[in-house]
Design a protein around this ligand. Structure first.
Ligand code: SAJ
Length: 433
């Protein structure tokens, strides 16, 4: 049993704190947000993540987790603070720096400091270590330091924290070994030891791999529209190949990880990250592309009203950070559309109800495939709308049901309606659907 101070009680820090408490450690959670600290000490939470509320309540009740606004003396410190952008798509390390400074008075001989926040390569060695050295301790001998990235999927964090494998990157072997010992108390997956910079790069490569793959899917979707192919079908078939795993196209990439982390590589790559940068641009361009598609669907409609279904960055979460839906809403408003939006997970933005959003709309657009939207009933929705037009950017709706209810269905990446109609004036259908 160790005393562990987790600095930053957000989407990563708070679940990590509860899992550590669950494994028998004494955990002190630290956050500058007084409201969050107060809530946690009452056994409540300020974010949404399945099973987290119960876990926090139990850990606080058992006296294994308490929250406060300043660090305390501990055997290990885990830094899980945000690393957003500064202007110019560069990593803002100010939270990492202030967290590191805040723990200086509490370091003791034998302390272990672990950085979990995603950072550009070399940050642990070039930024964190010099800061910690201000304590007067010999870093790497008296105080051990490691970079141990989280790789959990929002929506499934508590499970993945335990089952995923971990990469622990020490500034030296003693640091990596100490970090491994700590994670081994709750991680059931493999734990791989390496150096801190390799671990930083590994984390960034994981999310960049996904971003580039999604960009490829989005590019395929645009080409499919042009060529009269249904991309969803084509990807499904291509992925039957044993060594192919094309991702899913969509209205863009959101969230605080995949849409951000590739830029941390670009920042340090000295112009070598050409594909990575291009992929970011392609994914960032998708909201505009989706709006252009809507404009084609609604060509000739006076003062169109669009109902956006889904505001979060991905299904079944309440997180709207970097959400493509918000960008789409913004562009539509700039273009003079009347925009309504509904999201069952977001009560603070958009319409209060689905029917309010759809009322007298000319086009319904599915942007996020929340499970709740499986229950959309086109028979009921049709009479609410001014026109029966639906645009599915996730290929998630049951299109036959919508067609049966009198809707004209448009699907992102399905080349039956959009570019194809525009490009082919001879009236010949490329292939019947
Ligand atoms: N998306 C697509 N097409 C796809 C997959 C995703 O358009 O085929 C979009 C989603 O709609 C969403 C965005 O990408 O807007 C990102 O969603 P996600 O579910 O892929 O990932 P995140 O951002 O929730 O979590 C990622 C995960 N990284 C990887 O899968 C490599 C997670 O394991 C990381 O821990 C997390 O980033 C993080 O914290 O870095």
């Amino acid at each position: 049993m160790k005393t562990i101070c987790v600095i930053g009680l957000g989407y990563i820090g708070l679940p990590t704190a509860t899992v550590l408490a669950d494994s028998g450690h004494m955990v002190i959670g630290v956050d500058v947000n007084e409201k969050a600290v107060e809530l946690i000490n009452q056994g409540k939470i300020h974010i949404t993540e399945p099973y987290l509320a119960e876990k926090v309540a139990a850990a606080v009740r058992d006296g294994r987790l308490r929250a406060q606004t300043v660090p305390a003396v501990a055997d290990a410190f885990i830094l899980a603070v945000p690393t957003p952008f500064t202007g110019g798509k560069k990593a803002d390390l100010s939270y990492v720096k202030s967290a590191a400074k805040s723990l200086l008075p509490y370091l003791r001989k034998g302390s272990l400091v672990i950085l979990e926040s995603t950072v550009p390569p070399r940050t642990t060695c070039d930024v964190l270590v010099p800061l910690l050295a201000q304590s007067g301790f010999k870093i790497g001998r008296d105080v051990l330091v490691a970079f141990c990235p989280e790789r959990v999927l929002p929506g499934n964090i508590l499970k993945e924290l335990v089952t995923n494998s971990r990469v622990v990157g020490g500034i030296n072997e003693a640091s990596a070994a100490a970090a491994r010992e700590l994670y081994a108390t709750f991680v059931k997956g493999e734990i791989y030891e390496t150096d801190a910079t390799t671990a930083e790069m590994t984390k960034l490569m994981e999310n960049t791999y996904r971003d580039v793959n999604i960009a490829l899917a989005n590019e395929f979707a645009k080409i499919a529209e042009y060529a009269g192919v249904n991309i969803w079908e084509a990807i499904r078939f291509a992925n039957k190949h044993p060594r192919v795993n094309i991702h899913q196209p969509g209205p863009g990439v959101g969230g605080h990880c995949i849409a951000v982390d590739p830029w941390f590589i670009v920042e340090k790559a000295g112009g070598r990250a050409e594909l990575i940068e291009k992929a970011r641009q392609i994914n960032d361009g998708m909201p505009r592309y989706v709006v252009e598609s809507m404009k084609k669907i609604l060509a000739g409609v006076a003062k169109p009203k669009v109902a956006l279904l889904g505001l979060t960055y991905k299904p079944n979460v309440d997180d709207c950070r970097e959400s493509p839906s918000l960008k789409i809403a913004e562009i539509l408003k700039q273009e003079g559309f009347t925009v309504a939006a509904y999201d069952p997970f977001v009560k603070t933005k958009g319409a209060a109800s689905l029917s309010e959003a759809l009322y007298e709309a000319d086009l319904a657009v599915l942007l996020v495939n929340h499970d709740d939207f499986n229950f959309l009933n086109p028979e009921k929705i049709g009479p609410l709308m001014r026109q029966r037009l639906v645009f599915d950017t996730r290929n998630a709706l049951r299109h036959q049901d919508w067609e049966a209810a009198g809707f004209k269905v448009f699907v992102l990446g399905a080349g039956q309606n959009l570019e194809w109609d525009v490009k082919n004036q001879d009236g010949t259908a490329y292939f019947a659907r």
